[in-house]
Design a binder for this molecule. Structure first.
Ligand code: PLP
Length: 393
């Protein structure tokens, strides 16, 4: 039965949450400490300073006890007023949901439709901003890595697209499934607001999220009138922790300090490189499987295939949930499913966080086995292709 203990490790090959390193688990396993006590303040300050280094920013970072949705919400509440206009290209489940949330707060959200298999074109953003002579658009909001589709965007190109229009809109980015997995540089790339979460590249449990902001965003905050209380940045800045209007959750900060330590010990660029390698091994496998009119890449633009998640599209008439059920129930590997409206049409292999070659090869082996057992068309040999790549790259 599914309730019996499955031997061995559960592999999280889900695009978040991800595998938590043992040292992070141990760092969080502790009795209550005083959140205003000097020992904890030191831990807290180190953890937040580390987060800033990893984001490549010297700006303010507001941390929340919530999953990513809370950071989305806080960012909207603190930067906008009802009736403000924002541009949010709709390129998948997550950009669509963030946009729907903004509408709920009375923000006028322009969501140009884009091909979900390719993501938005930077030139369309320039065009729209050039047409906005009165500078009504207050922000361009971009999901760096659409976790639902496996399409990752080049943020430098989008920065250039905004600059090409000479438009003062804020540039806001959701890095929830890219941060800690592939290159991100807040200051250098001129980003005004960064939304992130704990349970993906940071290798922590879900439950911490944050917004990092530029000085320009803090100015916009002063004019923003959307109702807020708990997530109010002004109230947060008045507190010692410069976050948390109420009780500060201590355990996650021991974990965050440790995850920053692990990432910096490996080197952030080495971490990005490792993700690229493991993602490329995954792509080699999917390329082989796509033979025999089998499964294929959901992301139709090879240059935009994400280094943290690969979405695998099913051939017509086959259900991705059958593959996922076999992988999970029989082999203890958790894959991501298709999010609305892609349910059943694809499954997602997460390759982010605390991951190495045997873990990715184990996952790819289980995917190939599950495709076979679910009688889904594919060409055999995907795992061999991944081995060939990893052995030489
Ligand atoms: N944005 C992106 C890109 C995501 O991948 C997710 C979750 O997977 C979210 C936002 C929502 O975050 P959460 O599920 O932590 O609330």
């Amino acid at each position: 039965t599914t309730s019996a203990r499955k031997p061995g490790r559960l592999f999280f090959a889900n695009p978040g949450p991800t595998n938590i390193p043992d040292s992070v688990l141990r760092a969080m396993d502790r009795a209550t400490v005083d959140f205003m006590g000097s020992d904890f303040l030191e831990v807290y300050d180190e953890a937040v300073a580390g987060l800033k280094r990893l984001l490549f920013t010297e700006g303010e970072v507001f941390v929340y006890t919530s999953s990513g949705h809370g950071a989305w919400e806080a960012t909207l509440q603190n930067l906008f007023s009802p009736g403000d206009r924002i541009l949010m290209p709709e390129a998948g489940y997550f950009s669509r949901t963030w946009g729907a949330m903004a509408r709920q707060y009375g923000i006028e959200v322009e969501m140009p439709e884009t091909d979900w298999r390719r993501g938005p074109e930077a030139a369309r953003i320039t065009e729209r901003l050039v047409a906005d002579k009165g500078h009504e658009i207050k922000a361009v909001c971009i999901v760096h890595n659409e976790t639902s589709t496996g399409v990752a965007l080049d943020l430098k190109t989008i920065r250039e697209a905004i600059d090409a229009a000479g438009h003062p809109a804020l540039f806001l980015v959701d890095t929830i499934s890219s941060f800690g997995s592939f290159e991100f540089r807040m200051k250098e790339w001129g980003i005004d607001g960064v939304v992130g979460g704990s349970q993906k590249g940071l290798m922590l449990p879900a439950g911490l999220a944050f917004t990092a902001v530029s000085a320009k965003a803090l100015e916009a905050h002063k004019r923003a009138t959307i109702t807020r209380f708990y997530f109010d940045w002004t109230k947060m800045m008045a507190r010692r922790h410069r976050s948390f209007v109420g009780t500060v959750p201590v355990s996650p900060f021991y974990g965050l300090r440790e995850s920053v330590r692990l990432i910096e010990a490996e080197g952030i660029e080495a971490v990005w490189h490792r993700h690229h390698r493991l993602a490329e091994a995954t792509r080699r496998a999917v390329s082989i499987w796509s033979g025999n009119e089998g499964v294929s890449f959901y992301c139709a633009d090879p240059k935009r295939r994400s280094d943290s998640v690969t979405a695998v599209k099913m051939p017509d008439g086959h259900d991705a949930e059958a593959v996922r059920a076999i992988a999970y129930d029989r082999f203890n590997v958790s894959l991501g499913g298709g999010l609305e409206p892609l349910g059943g049409k694809l499954f997602r292999i997460g390759h982010m966080g605390d991951l190495n070659e045997p873990m990715i090869l184990g996952t790819l082996g289980v995917v190939e086995m599950s495709l076979r057992l679910a009688h889904v068309p594919h060409a055999r040999g995907g795992v061999d292709a991944a081995i060939d790549y990893l052995a030489t790259a």
